[in-house]
Design a protein around this ligand. Structure first.
Ligand code: CP
Ligand code: NVA
Length: 311
């Protein structure tokens, strides 16, 4: 094990509110620089290793393109095609990769795998999604909300559907950014009870932020400023798909639900979307949807995260 002389981003709990604001500010600057074709080479000569144990479109491409745009380089390391897939331990892999690259981005299953990698790596480790958290995505979402509607502080945010890794990360974001979060999840699909309790404890006494769990999506959506959903079957849960389709049938984000929301509400989805399941095409392609900006903003926030940790 090496002593820690660097930071990691394993979940939003690794950030202070000021650090989060700084990342969002830098992402806006980097986005503007890109639009004005101003070159930035803050990561020249830096190398990012990207370990993927699950599929990805946005995360892989935005991290890889982000590194290239900042003058660095990224290596795609599929777990299947490295010795990790043949049983080389996480500890040993972390030690070895730390000798070659300047940072690791990891998409994996159990969050504990990330913790072990981060513990044994002597370089920063970034969570590109685990079964528990997806911090880079929610930072991109916060950036997207700010761009469209200004500060999210004290707004009403409604999560509709599965209490999954994205829902967990939104709970951490409520603590960090300060907003009123209501989750509408079916019985048996609520987020991790320990994390709910911890979040409620952290929010106790705060007037700017709260966490409420309900089972009725209409209650969550009523007057909400932001509606968010995600797939009903996350990566790794494919064998539960039929049972999940049945359990979530009343939780679709459709026009009828959107009509309950505030007049200026926005709709977000981290994508990939399953049109006709958790969201209708009408909503996804409709005027309140900001999903394509959300996807684009993965690139800009990734670059801010990479600069912060690697430069
Ligand atoms: N939203 C997201 O993380 O997309 P990918 O799975 O395509 O990376
Ligand atoms: N909850 C989804 C998010 C995909 C970006 C999953 O984990 O598969």
């Amino acid at each position: 094990m090496t002593s820690k002389d660097h930071r990691d981003l394993l979940s939003l709990d690794d950030l202070s509110p000021a650090e989060m604001e700084q990342l969002l500010r830098r992402a806006r600057e980097l986005k503007q620089a890109r639009q004005q074709k101003i070159p930035i080479d803050s990561l020249q000569g830096r190398m990012l290793g990207m370990i993927f144990e699950k599929a990805s479109t946005r995360t892989r491409v935005s991290f890889e393109v982000g590194m290239l745009q900042l003058g660095g380089h990224a290596l795609f390391l599929s777990a299947k095609e490295t010795q990790m897939g043949r049983g080389e331990t996480l500890e040993d892999s972390a030690r070895v990769l730390s000798r070659y690259v300047d940072g690791l981005m990891v998409r994996t299953y159990a969050h504990e795998r990330l913790r072990v990698l981060a513990q044994y790596a002597s370089i920063p480790v970034i969570n590109g999604l685990s079964d528990s958290f997806h911090p880079c995505q929610v930072l991109a979402d916060l950036l997207t909300y700010q761009e469209h509607r200004g500060p999210i502080t004290q707004r009403r945010v409604a999560w509709i559907g599965d209490g999954n890794n994205m829902a967990n990360t939104w709970m951490q974001a409520a603590v960090l950014a300060g907003f009123h979060l209501t989750l509408a999840c079916p019985d048996g699909y609520q987020p991790d009870a320990g994390l709910v309790t911890l979040t409620q404890q952290r929010l106790q006494g705060r007037s700017d932020a709260s966490l409420t769990l309900v089972s009725d999506p209409v209650i969550a959506a009523t007057d909400a400023d932001l509606i968010i959903t995600d797939t009903w079957t996350s990566m790794g849960q494919e064998q539960e798909q039929q049972q999940r389709l049945a359990a979530f049938s009343g939780y679709q984000v459709n026009e009828a639900l959107m009509e309950r929301t505030a007049q200026t509400s926005l709709f977000m989805h981290c994508l990939p979307a399953h049109r006709g399941e958790e969201v209708t095409s009408e909503v996804l392609d409709g005027p309140r949807s900001v999903v394509w900006d959300e996807a684009e903003n993965r690139l800009h926030i990734q670059k801010a995260i990479l600069e912060w940790l690697l430069s």
